[in-house]
Design a binder for this molecule. Structure first.
Ligand SMILES: Cc1cc2nc3c(=O)[nH]c(=O)nc-3n(C[C@H](O)[C@H](O)[C@H](O)COP(=O)(O)O)c2cc1C
Length: 174
């Protein structure tokens, strides 16, 4: 199983960091990071993701395997997902490798999980999410839960990360 992890310029880089840590134990992971995703990773002190040893595709490389449906990926997770990327996927712009890879997942009926992080949500955000859900994507908001009494930020973040990983592994093995 080979999964694409897309990282965009929404806040919450630690979600991507923890997801990569857990996902690497279960499957192969390749990264696509948007330009703003890279800036926010640095701003939130998570740029070590970029040195984690996994394959990182250049954001403007449309010759890279994730750009085509003939490459075999088990699907894609976008975490955290900005409203900008969410809107561009909805519009089908395919104007960078991350958006194109998501577009490929939708057209090939492969699991695409988006974890949006924004508040409050505008009517445009909500309409885009509904359209993506109807197009086959799974929307898993970065909404941590507290009922297992997390003792630190990592445990809190993992309540989201584990749900996303579970969804991907379940949908991908169907
Ligand atoms: C520090 C920082 C935090 C941001 N947090 C969010 C956020 O939580 N959600 C969001 O939709 N955009 C957020 N943005 C704005 C996006 O980075 C911006 O809309 C950008 O164009 C997204 O580009 P991308 O989707 O290609 O990464 C943030 C920007 C900065 C600088």
């Amino acid at each position: 199983m080979k999964l694409i992890l897309g990282i965009t310029g929404a806040s919450g880089s630690i979600y991507a960091k923890r997801f990569l840590l857990h996902a690497k134990e279960r499957c192969e992971v390749e990264l696509i990071v948007s330009k703003n995703g890279e800036a926010v990773l640095k701003h939130e002190n998570c740029e070590d993701i970029l040195q984690s040893g996994v394959k990182i595709h250049k954001i403007d490389d449309f010759f890279a395997p994730p750009a085509t449906g003939s490459s075999h990926y088990s699907g894609m997770v976008i975490l955290p997902c900005s409203m900008g990327t969410l809107g561009r996927i909805t519009a089908g712009t395919s104007d960078n490798l991350l958006i194109r890879a998501a577009d490929v997942c939708l057209k090939e009926n492969r699991p695409l999980i988006l974890s949006p992080r924004e508040m409050p949500l505008s009517e445009i955000h909500l309409e885009n999410m509904l359209k993506l859900k109807r197009a086959g994507a799974t929307i898993v908001p970065a909404s941590p839960h507290f009922y297992k009494h997390p003792k630190n930020i990592e445990e809190l973040v993992d309540t989201v990360v584990e749900r996303i990983l579970y969804h991907h592994l379940t949908i991908a093995s169907e």
